[in-house]
Design a protein around this ligand. Sequence first.
Ligand code: GRF
Length: 203
Amino acid sequence: KKIVVLISGRGSNMVALARACAAEGWPARIVGVIGNRPGAEGLARAAEQGLPVRVVDHREHADRESFDAALAAEIDALAPDLVVLAGFMRILTDGFVRRYAGRMLNIHPSLLPAFPGLATHRRALAAGVRVHGSTVHFVGAELDDGPILAQSVVEVRDDDTEQTLEARVLEAEHRLYPLAVRWFVEDRLRVEGRRVRLLPRPG
Ligand code: GRF
């Protein structure tokens, strides 16, 4: 299967996916990494991994429709089976979401449905929750919403700051996202309403 990864920044989840895909011999390969910010650190890291890199600069587009159309054209040229959002910080139009329905995943740094949106670690600390974490989900019409494939839980420690909590969640994401993407490429996921069933590994 062919995977396209969309990033905006650091790209550490993209690197984790690329490494797992190669090291574990998935029946898949990353055919392209597309960024919306030309200088993003993640694009350089993708190139280091030997992955083809493209940029669709959102500042060159007057509105979301035009940006999403340009992005979709780049994606479709690579003919992927799966689109993986990995720290992609743009709100997508309904048309774009529909186009990749059932084959677009996102990772969000909270235990959804708690704390959709930004500043999740700060908000988790402010709310006093004792567990926090991250969620991999199919991308649905609403922001940070859609059938959940997998979550990983981290404890919140008394001495946590936003930075220490973020670091612990990110480390967990680097294990969680490769696992979830692998399930998709192995065709083991069945979406049933809001729930996602994981089929046993064949053989
Ligand atoms: C991750 O925490 C992810 O959950 C969120 O953005 C962050 C991206 O980090 N959507 P990176 O670019 O993968 O390092």
